[in-house]
Ligand binder design. Structure first.
Ligand code: GLV
Length: 306
């Protein structure tokens, strides 16, 4: 029995090292050098070549290498009966929250303005703080942590999700209540899973429903955002700017207009990168659970797509 890591183009040596440290008895095979496909019962995937899983006749479990599973579900040849798990881990949650807090404070305290003023030797003390009401879209493990930390910092925070919830300690909206949610906020953090329902959700129609001057932070997926619509909305002054970590095409192409926008901050999909040392124990635990036919940790619902 062995585990295959399929993540083309990514250096997975730290994963192999962490596996060896956690349990030296586990056989690890790395794509494209898979020695024995028949022995593979668990695969760890990140941007795998579509259709490849049919080459593994004894596969029992598919694990995402990260929090998102859209890269797996977008493969039409994923065996329908196999369970899929994702990573839920403080090693992923804390960096994500820190990134969102950093981007929120950067905007609220307008660091980008002082950086630009410093270059011009301008001493401008006007409007040192913006009044911000934060709207977090997606209130799963990552979104909930962002909400609680931003609340701790004193920000009014509102949540938006897919299903009803009664146990939140913040105002929560779901489904068709999007316009009411948008009405309450002027900074939006997109942390939604990417599903057919949420793809392209950040579009011109959405921006036109926002309060004038709303700021956008996207740490979810590039395909949530219609990038041309953001440029239009910023041009029209509906949206004041954006802090983006994810893009429709990554790396962001050299000719992309986001690079040169003084209203958009670009980071290269680094908001939160899975830490193998802290993520591997749950994969090993699931590896045991498939053998023992026990309920898996962090299994996703295929119908919901997260
Ligand atoms: C990163 O984008 C992840 O899904 O973990």
């Amino acid at each position: 029995m062995s585990i295959a890591i399929i993540s083309p183009g990514r250096d997975v040596s730290s994963w192999v090292k962490s596996f060896k440290k956690a349990d030296p008895s586990i056989d690890i095979q790395i794509f494209p050098d898979i020695r024995d496909k028949e022995s593979v019962e668990l695969v760890i995937l990140w941007q795998h070549p579509k259709g490849i899983l049919k080459e593994f006749p004894n596969l029992k479990l598919i694990c995402s290498m990260g929090a998102g599973v859209d890269h797996i579900l977008s493969d039409p040849e994923i065996p329908i009966t196999l369970p899929i798990t994702r990573i839920v881990d403080p090693g992923l949650t804390v960096p994500m929250t820190n990134y969102v807090v950093m981007a929120t404070l950067n905007y609220q305290r307008q660091l980008y303005r002082y950086q630009s003023n410093q270059k011009k030797k301008v001493w401008d003390m006007t409007n040192p703080e913006l009044e911000i009401q934060v709207g977090v879209m997606g209130v799963g493990a990552l979104g909930s942590d962002v909400i609680s930390k931003l609340k701790m910092l004193g920000f009014p925070v509102f949540g938006y999700g897919n299903s009803p919830k009664t146990d939140t300690d913040y105002p929560y909206f779901y489904g068709d209540e999007l316009p009411q949610f948008l009405n309450n906020v002027n900074l939006i953090v997109c942390m939604l899973p990417l599903t057919p329902r949420t793809e392209n959700i950040l579009n011109l129609d959405f921006f036109r429903k926002c309060n004038k001057g709303t700021y956008i932070i996207n740490v979810a997926r590039g395909n949530h955002l219609v990038e041309g619509d953001l440029v239009t909305a910023i041009g029209e002054g509906i949206i004041s700017g954006a802090f983006l970590d994810v893009f429709r095409q990554e790396p962001l192409p050299q000719e992309h207009p986001f690079w040169n926008s003084d209203k958009i901050t670009v980071t290269p999909h680094i908001a939160s990168v899975t830490n193998p040392n802290s993520a591997i124990p749950q994969i090993i635990e699931n590896y045991k659970r498939i053998k023992d036919k026990k309920q898996l940790l962090n299994q996703i619902n295929r119908i919901l797509g997260y």
